[in-house]
Ligand binder design. Structure first.
Ligand SMILES: [Zn+2]
Length: 144
C-alpha cells in the first residue's frame, strides 16, 4: 500500500523528454501538438492528476480519462534554474513554477517573456503550448 501512495513526479522534473517513456500516457504529447495541456481524471473517484497518471493512487483504479488543464492557475512558488538536466542545457537560465488549479497542481516552466521581477506568488497564469527549435513540444505559463 505504501508504494501506491508515492506520487511519481519524475517526468515533470525532467520535461518532455521523459514523457515518452510512459507508454500509457504517450497521448499527452499528441495533445500537446493540438495545443492542449492534459492531465488525467479517475473515472471512479474523480481525482485529477497532473502530470497524467495511468492509475489512481487514491482509489487504485486504472479507469482514467484525459482531462484538459483549463482556466487560470495561481502561482504557488517558483525558482530560477541555472543548472538543467541533459537535453535542456540550451534553455538556461529558466524559471520553473508550481500552479494551483484548485483540485490539482501543475508544475511547469514560466515563459521567458515574463521578467523575473514581475513574478509573484498568487498571480494568475495560464498554460500555453510552445514548439522548441528542435521540434520538441513544451508547455509554459504566461500571465492570465
Ligand atoms: Zn480514483
Amino acid at each position: 500500500m505504501g508504494k501506491e501512495k508515492v506520487e511519481d513526479t519524475r517526468f515533470s522534473r525532467f520535461g518532455v523528454v521523459s514523457f515518452t517513456a510512459l507508454t500509457k500516457v504517450n497521448d499527452f504529447v499528441d495533445y500537446l501538438e493540438q495545443g492542449k495541456l492534459m492531465g488525467t481524471r479517475c473515472k471512479v473517484c474523480g481525482k485529477v492528476f497532473f502530470p497524467p497518471r495511468a492509475d489512481c493512487y487514491s482509489c487504485l483504479s486504472s479507469d482514467m480519462e484525459w482531462s484538459e488543464v483549463k482556466g487560470k492557475g495561481k502561482l504557488l512558488s517558483f525558482t530560477k534554474l541555472s543548472y538543467a538536466p541533459v537535453g535542456f542545457e540550451g534553455e538556461l537560465p529558466y524559471t520553473l513554477g508550481l500552479w494551483d488549479f484548485g483540485d490539482y497542481k501543475v508544475f511547469g516552466w514560466v515563459s521567458k517573456e515574463i521578467p523575473e521581477e514581475e513574478l509573484e506568488v498568487g498571480m494568475e497564469m495560464v498554460p500555453r503550448v510552445v514548439k522548441l527549435s528542435d521540434d520538441r513540444l513544451l508547455y509554459e505559463f504566461v500571465k492570465a
